[in-house]
Design a protein around this ligand. Structure first.
Ligand code: PLP
Length: 456
């Protein structure tokens, strides 16, 4: 345990936490009643809590600890950078070595002419940047009326006003009067829940064509951009049918709009390539990055921008920026994380070892009576829990409850797996080894069995 907590028993920490710490996406009353689990340290793919339990983290924190926990190299780089230059900003014609090196590295890794990086402290902030950047871009090109951004229902693009507006999460829109004006949502490519009698291929095409319909209805001269996650993460790891992204690309090529790939989860190896856009065959003008950029060791996000957009936006002063844009410690940590990803061939490990093994095991979960479809791309996967596999039925009256029961059973079996409604989702560290995948599947199966027993 660390200096702050090592003298306090768990119950006392939980009481202080509930009294003074407002948690994101949590019910504070429930926290006060039950107490949060106190995580004290982590190594590899395993968390340890204040009671000494060792928990397999099949979510890599919040989809971010791609290289695994406990890499001293990142701690050493952070300490060195803090001693040398703990902070300086990148406003007003100043810069520093870590941000220069990171930007050059990202330009090298990103596909095509995505050669320029605007930094933020998180994925949400980066998506706010994107809204301002694409509107400024069209305005600078003499088309200020091109302001609308098309997104998708059940997408997640962050929690700031802009990010939550781009996202298509109704419960988020309901709190705070969102979305902001000039954001439009089209239906998502979730075949399991919404595909009806169509084949996945037909449905993928139909849902992609919703984009064309929206552009035509809203008017090409009013649409600034389309944003999508290559694979929806927080929406439940929704893997689109194979027909979806080629059709999206065809439509995007036809109209004069910018494409934003939100790579906050999919970036940095999660889907078996450096970026999820490469996995689904999509060519964005801007990519949102965060999470795996530093493997979560330091808060950093950004937008990687193509030559044309960067040139137009940079031709006049862009009145936008964050105190921590290109923070030197975060940049140095991110650079070291990229070095480890590259030199240890972690994406090769995903492609050749971890993902094929996990896919085989994960898909075998459909033998369980509770599990309908199992979807997985690289190291992000989901299973749909259902009372009727044939009908692809949800647990109607109390949707979400069965997933919640299953998540609690996972916790009780020392496994972190999240639920989104009736879907259970995983996104483990990319460095996970086959024996750890076996443990993941064993614990998940036990949690599913216990859930089945409970609701039978
Ligand atoms: N975009 C996507 C696709 C995300 O999954 C997330 C977070 O989960 C965000 C944006 C927001 O990132 P952050 O939580 O760093 O603000």
């Amino acid at each position: 345990m660390n200096m702050i907590t090592n003298h306090l028993p768990t119950a006392e920490l939980q009481a202080l936490d509930a009294a003074h710490h407002m948690h994101p996406f949590s019910n504070q009353k429930e926290l006060a009643d039950r107490g949060a689990r106190v995580i004290t340290r982590a190594s590899g793919v395993t968390l340890t809590d204040s009671e000494g339990n060792e928990i397999l983290d099949a979510m890599a924190g919040l989809w971010c600890v791609n290289i695994g926990y406990g890499r001293d190299e990142l701690a050493d780089v952070a300490a060195r950078q803090m001693r040398e230059l703990p902070y300086y900003n990148t406003f007003f014609m100043t810069t520093h070595a870590p941000v220069i090196a990171l930007s050059a590295k990202l330009a090298e890794l990103a596909p095509g002419d995505l050669n320029h990086v605007f930094y933020a402290g998180s994925g949400s902030e980066a998506n706010d940047t994107n809204i301002r950047m694409v509107r400024h871009y069209w305005s600078a090109k003499g088309k200020p009326e091109k302001k609308i951004i098309i997104s998708r229902q059940n997408a997640y693009h962050g929690s700031t006003l802009g990010g939550a507006s781009l996202g298509g999460m109704i419960p988020m829109h309901q709190q705070g009067g969102l979305p902001i004006p000039d954001v439009h949502h089209i239906p998502q490519p979730n075949w399991w829940a919404e595909g009806g009698d169509m084949s996945p291929e037909e449905f993928g095409l139909a849902r992609a064509q919703e984009l064309e319909k929206a552009i035509e209805e809203l008017g090409e001269d009013r649409v600034a951009a389309f944003i999508a996650e290559p694979i929806q993460g927080a929406g439940g790891v929704i893997v689109p049918p194979e027909t979806y992204f080629p059709e999206i690309q065809r439509i995007c090529d036809k109209y004069d709009i910018l494409l934003i790939a939100d790579e906050v989860i999919c970036g940095f190896g999660r889907t078996g390539n450096w970026f999820g856009s490469q996995t689904v065959g999509w060519k964005p003008h801007i990519m949102t990055i965060a999470k795996g950029l530093s493997s979560g060791y330091a808060p950093i996000g950004g937008s990687i921008v193509c030559d044309e957009v960067a040139e137009v936006v940079g031709a006049t002063e862009f009145n936008h920026g964050y105190t921590y844009s290109g923070h030197p410690v975060a940049a140095a940590v991110a650079l070291e994380n990229l070095r480890i990803l590259e030199e240890e061939n972690i994406i090769g490990h995903v492609r050749d070892v971890a993902a094929p093994y996990l896919k085989k095991k994960w898909e075998s979960l459909t033998d369980h009576p509770l599990v309908g479809e199992a979807k997985i791309v690289g190291m992000m996967g989901s299973i749909a829990l259902t009372p009727n596999k044939e009908a692809r039925a949800p647990f109607a009256a109390d949707a979400g409850t069965v997933g919640l029961i299953c998540r609690e059973n996972c916790f009780a079996n020392n496994l972190v797996m999240r639920h989104v409604g009736d879907r259970m989702i995983i996104s483990p560290p990319l460095v996970m080894q086959p024996d750890e995948i076996d443990t993941l599947i064993e614990r998940a199966t036990r949690a599913l069995d216990q859930t089945y027993e409970r609701i039978k």
